[in-house]
Design a protein around this ligand. Structure first.
Ligand SMILES: *Cc1c(COP(=O)(O)O)cnc(C)c1O
Length: 397
């Protein structure tokens, strides 16, 4: 079965009793048993639910493995993976511009339990090798990273981690399985914020954790039930509805991102554009090798002032100012004050996360409308500057 067919058919047969093409939402907490302990595979919906099971089946198929567990958020999925594999004394390696929430859960929730967090430039393999120790349990990476869209070489990182007995976790939220298959590159665990591209319509918060090996998956599955961070049947159904157009949507997101990256690249008011599809992007060659597309996100640094960044990002016609990404409706975000505000200013500066950085999540709109909207915003900055100039000159007189 090819990818697009899986999104529509895997785990989603018509309902046998009535023939309903789309299976109903199994909105139930419990199940009637024939005799004590004799159920039909479902005993209580925290443990298992038919709608959630369908979602888990299709998610596993899309990442080309057998095991997936759905969670109530991406961070609930991360929490289960970390509870399973980051015990007191263990070391976890994370990239410099790791997702802010991953940084926070590791530093504020797991570090106090005795987990050692090492934040390094994981794209520098020598640094990674030097940081690995016998206590390294997890090498946790994103590629592309958030928000600068830097690329980590998953296969090379996998070889280094596996040689020292560590597991590799890949947060595949940005690339999605449409453009990147981390398990084929050597990942042991994949996590998703399903909230983003997978569900794709900015109408639900969900997560998932997947594994290739049954033994690696088992403690994650145990924690899904034992700690209970499960999504509702309705949310699972919404995600399955969204998934059916995942490939189509990702193709459009990528077309839009490419058009925007090309339009911003070289603009007088743009200091730099971060998009893995641009040949001048530092990770372009690795991205070409490990991805089948460059994804739908674009970030750029405005060559301007804080006020201009604020005005630009708050007054776009099509890009709503908001956290999150990956929906059909375009979003714009200022990471320093929004998604990455939980990282202290000093640490942000060290990570190269500029206050001038703007992150775009183009939706499935027409690319000309999106590009025009951004160029219009830049033109407004130029107009405002030249309107101020004579006034400033006058006040000096
Ligand atoms: C949003 C996000 C998360 C967290 O997922 P939630 O669904 O918001 O809990 C994790 N990783 C990345 C890359 C994200 O963008």
């Amino acid at each position: 079965m090819k990818f697009a067919t899986k999104t529509i058919h895997a785990g989603q047969p018509s309902e046998p009793e009535t023939g309903a093409l789309v299976a109903p939402i199994f909105q139930t907490s419990t199940y009637e048993q024939e005799a004590p302990g004799q159920d039909k595979g479902f005993s209580y919906s925290r443990t298992n639910n038919p709608t959630r099971q369908r979602l888990e089946t299709v998610l596993a198929e899309l990442e080309s493995v057998q095991f997936a567990a759905a969670f109530s958020s991406g961070l609930a999925a991360e929490n289960a993976v970390l509870q399973a594999y980051a015990r007191p004394g263990d070391e976890v390696i994370i990239p410099l511009d790791v997702y802010g929430g991953t940084y926070r859960i590791l530093n504020r929730v797991f570090q106090p339990t005795g987990v050692v967090v090492r934040q390094i430039d994981t794209s520098n393999l020598k640094t990674l090798e030097a940081t690995m120790s016998p206590r390294t349990r997890l090498v946790w990476i994103e590629s592309p990273t958030n928000p600068r869209l830097l690329i980590n070489d998953i296969a090379a990182i996998g070889r280094i981690a596996h040689a020292r007995g560590a597991l590799v976790v890949v947060d595949n939220t940005f690339a999605t399985p449409v453009f990147q298959q981390p398990f084929e590159l050597g990942a042991d665990i994949v996590v998703h914020s399903v909230t983003k591209y997978l569900a794709g319509h900015s109408d639900t918060v969900q997560g998932a954790a997947l594994a290739k090996d049954a033994a690696v998956f088992e403690p994650i599955k145990f924690l899904q039930n034992a700690t209970g961070g499960i999504p509702s049947p309705f949310d699972c159904w919404l995600t399955m509805r969204g998934l059916k157009t995942l490939e189509l949507r990702m193709q459009r997101h990528e077309q839009n991102a490419t058009a925007i990256a090309n339009a911003l690249n070289g603009h007088a008011l743009v200091r730099c554009v971060y998009y893995p599809g641009l040949p001048n992007h530092p990770g372009h060659d690795i991205a070409k090798r490990q991805m089948t597309g460059f994804g739908g996100m674009v970030s750029f640094e405005l060559d301007g002032t804080k006020d201009e960044v604020v005005t630009f990002s708050s007054s776009r016609r099509y890009f709503a100012l908001g956290e999150s990404l990956g929906g059909v409706k375009a979003l714009i975000c200022h990471p320093a004050t929004m998604t990455h505000a939980s990282i202290p200013a000093e640490a942000r500066a060290e990570l190269g996360l500029s206050d001038m950085l703007i992150r775009l999540s183009p939706g499935c709109e027409n690319f000309e409308d999106l590009v025009d909207d951004l160029l219009q915003g830049l033109a407004e900055i130029e107009q405002a500057r030249s309107a101020r100039k004579p006034a400033a000159a006058a006040s000096r007189r």
